[in-house]
Structure formats: C-alpha cells, structure tokens
Design a protein around this ligand. Structure first.
Ligand code: AMP
Length: 176
C-alpha cells in the first residue's frame, strides 16, 4: 500500500477559526508534527524536491519554521541558520522590516551566518501574504548569498504570496 502523503498532511493540519483574532483561520500544524509519519514525510518531501547537494544553508524562520528547517538541514547535510524576531539574536545582525496585516515586524539574521555564494533554502510553516519570505530573501541577498528557493508546508493561495515573490522558487506541500 502506498502512502498518500498529501492526504495525510491535509488531515493533520487543523483549522482553528478566529485565532489569533476574529476572521482569521489559523492553520495549526501541531497535529502534523505529532504524527511521525506525517512529519518525516513532509521533511523528506522538501529534501527530495530540491535534491541533496544543492543547498549549503537552510534558513528557518522563527518559530515554527525552526522545527521544520532543522531536520531538513540535517538531511541535506547543510547548516541551519535561524532568522529571528527583533532583539533575539545576540551578535551583530542584518535587519529587514516587513509589513504584517497590522503594523510592521523586523526579522534579523546574524551577519556572519551566511557566506557569500552560499546556496540557501528558506523554510517556514505557512506562506500567507509572502511578506515574511520576501523579508527573509532580502536578508539572504544582503549577506551576498543566493536564494535557491523557499519551501513551506502549506500555502494560502488566496492571499497571493507566490505572486509577491516572482524571484523566489516557492515550493509548498499543500495548497489551500
Ligand atoms: P506572511 O508573511 O503573510 O506570508 O505570513 C507568514 C507567517 O505568518 C508565517 O510565519 C506563518 O507562521 C504565519 N501565518 C500567517 N497566516 C497564518 C495562518 N492562517 N495560519 C498559521 N500561520 C499563519
């Protein structure tokens, strides 16, 4: 029997209406992470899409992105680099401000975390409007590294994130 990974992943993403505020349907990936077949399948699918030997560093976006990016980096034989919210990284950082639905946020990466020419994969849980991945891609390029692509567990296509990222090869395992 072959496993229908897409169906399994879809079953393991829980919709939480009106979280964190009214009108938003939050895509809760904790049931997916708690199922070892789904979690391992998602990690393996991300690695298989790019191929081993094609990535030098995997960037994970705080906080759920870290959970997925770390095992992806391990399987690539690549380094893991955290991108964090403002004020969390201890050494000198590059910073990028980006728009949220209400207000702005700042994403940071250590200045010495990426080397010029590094081939970088950006990993997060959800692609919504694309603002977070756009900011992450800007930070990778600021460090002189190359954005090889962005991989997410799921994409909210009705928010148009992919269109906002014409220069990033976006790969998602699930589309809503
Ligand atoms: P965006 O910058 O609009 O693409 O938003 C992506 C970031 O916000 C990701 O780091 C997600 O974790 C989070 N996010 C946005 N919308 C949702 C949602 N409906 N459910 C879960 N996470 C979301």
């Amino acid at each position: 029997m072959t496993l229908d990974l897409t169906a399994l992943l879809r079953e393991r993403v829980r919709d939480v209406p009106d979280y964190p505020r009214p009108g938003v349907v939050f895509k809760d990936i904790t049931p997916l992470l708690a199922d070892h077949v789904a979690f391992a399948g998602a990690v393996d699918a991300i690695v298989a899409h790019r191929g081993r030997g094609t990535i030098d560093k995997v960037v994970g976006i705080e906080a759920r992105g870290f959970i997925i990016a770390a095992p992806v980096a391990y399987h690539f034989g690549a380094g893991f680099v955290p991108m964090r919210k403002q004020g969390k990284l201890p050494s000198a950082t590059f910073q990028a401000a980006y728009a949220l639905e209400y207000g702005e946020a700042v994403l940071e990466v250590h200045q010495d975390a990426l080397a010029p020419g590094d081939r970088v994969l950006i990993v997060d849980d959800v692609l919504a409007t694309g603002g977070t991945v756009a900011a992450a891609a800007g930070l990778v390029r600021r460090a002189g590294a190359i954005v090889s692509g962005a991989s997410v567990l799921l994409e909210l296509t009705f928010l148009g994130g992919r269109e906002r990222l014409p220069d990033v090869a976006v790969h998602s395992l699930l589309a809503y």
